[in-house]
Design a protein around this ligand. Sequence first.
Ligand SMILES: C[S@@+](CC[C@H](N)C(=O)[O-])C[C@H]1O[C@@H](n2cnc3c(N)ncnc32)[C@H](O)[C@@H]1O
Length: 332
Amino acid sequence: MSEIQDAVRDRYAAKALQMAQPRVTGALAVACSLSETDLLTRRAEWRAIDTAALIDRREASGTVTSTYRTSPGTLTELARLVAAEQVCCATSRWELHREGDEVRVTVDASRGTCCEDDCCGTSYSTAELESVGIDATSSLGCGNPMLLADLRQGERVLDLGSGAGLDVLLSARRVGPEGHAYGVDMTDEMLAVARANQAKAAVTNATFLKGTIEDIPLPDAAVDVVISNCVINLAADKRAVLREAHRVLRPGGRFAVADMVAFAELPVEVKRSLDQWAGCVAGTISIDEYTAALQDAGFTGIDVEITRETHLEGLEGAIASAYIRARKEATA
Ligand SMILES: C[S@@+](CC[C@H](N)C(=O)[O-])C[C@H]1O[C@@H](n2cnc3c(N)ncnc32)[C@H](O)[C@@H]1O
């Protein structure tokens, strides 16, 4: 179990360090839906073509333009790499233009040069993101818990696995000065990014706590709502997480999370892969298992809504993003 937790912590510590670095968009970090190994390979392919043919790279108004010398080989390789990035993250608008002896690759880096190797796309509106001054690349989630949590002024909210803090800060804005938003995360590097984002957004009614979601550092009945975004699947002991979520909710409190679920039994080699576990794949459980674990933890009114199927090579149709809602009985 601690092997899984160590792998998850290492993965998100590395991501936090990437987030904390000033964005060097000219370096063109690339590619989602890739394993760590494939990501390294893709980066090496970009480095190789840069070394062989890059003439100039500059950034203006969020667009990075890289100019390459053309040759049939360069053109073919650039077309292949750009097509791969377009599949990865349409919002970044990767494009290739041929002009005489040169070929230009442009990418809208303000939307992220890629959508990382976990979950693609964003579920947040521009207005939401602007309200906390954070861009969508700070989200490593698989949905937007704000869409299902129905937060009200004065409520206390807890985000399990708060990462860079986007959902905590949005919740804090929603619940207003009379309410409070807590985030729990086990990774020091992520907590540092989240606290820096909080300072940038000047949000005062939020607190980021260090801890695990299997042992939440809050007293019983401390919050009205528990949210989470693409984290519970990462826990080795999901039943402990759901019991803890139930414990910290007040009677009548709401559970509203975005998470990944499995439609089919995953191959044994995938289940055993720590890399695939940390990438939100191997730790997924079926809707039936999720529902049973929620019931056993004491939740009622359980509803699971599939929001997007995930297309992974070799695992087509096996996992999907879902919105999961439940309630702690008012009399509990
Ligand atoms: C996939 S990221 C999601 C982050 C955030 N919810 C978001 O939507 O961007 C997973 C986050 O959960 C944290 N995490 C994973 N397992 C955890 C656990 N068992 N206890 C506490 N934090 C955990 C990681 O450190 C990481 O920050």
